[in-house]
Ligand binder design. Structure first.
Ligand SMILES: [Zn+2]
Length: 268
């Protein structure tokens, strides 16, 4: 298949109708940098479409932003990848995403503007019985907010009732999904029956020689923390789950991000 044609059919056939030469170049670029699954340059299969004009313009804008970013996840060894076309998420128009938040009972306030974020919201209360504690306003894209109920379910499965969000939307973050409100950094977790919070920095035991989810940890605290990380990876709630095993920059938190249109799931 012609590369450009293949690229246009990445997400859904409906994209082809409105794709310009510019966007085809963009798709080529994102595929050449990020590949689809590890090193292949075949286009991604994601969702079943068709996309409406609003979704199409969101996908184009989104790809334009991400196309030039380095593919950091392939630079570090021992990452585990899996591919799941069904779990691949396509960005939705604001109205569809916000309706999803309403239906799921996520407490939020829509925001008029947050830099680089398609559909910015502020989380205003606990989700599914779990409190997400941030230092300031907890601002994120609606698509990330829409993942909070499933995230809370995983946490509740390990008796976690509150987590510390040390970072969410960071407009100035370079090459980062934080810039567009699609990433969260978690640095502690608490359960009602635990005597203290578990801190990623001190309670997570690094296992640099092994795949993160292959290891049975010797201490209960580390077992709980890595258990949450690996539950999140297996559940396909987020595209990326990074623990202190990844690099020094993540020594004190779990980084979770959501990559619309990307059918790959990563943990390290
Ligand atoms: Zn992060």
């Amino acid at each position: 298949m012609d590369r450009r044609l293949a690229a246009i059919t990445v997400l859904a056939p409906a994209l082809a109708a409105s794709a310009s030469l510019k966007s085809a170049t963009m798709f080529d670029k994102i595929i050449s940098i990020h590949g689809t699954y590890l090193e292949t340059t075949e286009p991604m299969e994601c969702g079943s479409g068709p996309l409406g004009p609003e979704e199409t313009s969101i996908v184009h804008e989104w790809f334009e932003r991400v196309a030039g970013w380095p593919n950091f996840r392939v630079m570090y060894p021992m990452g585990s990848w899996s591919m799941d076309v069904e779990a691949c998420r396509i960005p939705r128009p604001a109205s569809a995403c916000l309706a999803d938040l309403d239906a799921a009972g996520v407490p939020y306030e829509p925001l008029d503007h947050a830099e680089h974020v398609f559909t910015p919201v502020r989380i205003t209360g606990p989700v599914g019985g779990v409190t997400f504690e941030a230092w300031g306003d907890l601002v994120m894209d609606c698509e990330m907010a829409a993942r909070l109920p499933a995230f809370a379910e995983v946490l509740a499965g390990r008796d976690v009732t509150s987590v510390g969000i040390m970072s969410a939307h960071r407009p100035a973050a370079a090459y980062s999904f934080h810039a567009i409100g699609l990433a969260l950094d978690v640095n502690w977790m608490k359960a009602t029956h635990w005597q203290r919070a578990l801190w990623v920095k001190t309670d997570f035991q690094k296992t640099p020689d092994d795949y993160t989810c292959d290891v049975v940890h010797s201490t209960g605290t580390s077992r709980t923390l890595v258990g949450v990380a690996c539950d999140l990876w297996r559940s396909r709630i987020f595209s990326t789950v990074i623990t202190p095993n990844y690099n020094e920059g993540h020594a004190n938190h779990f980084h979770l991000d959501l990559r619309p249109g990307d059918n790959r799931f990563f943990v390290r």
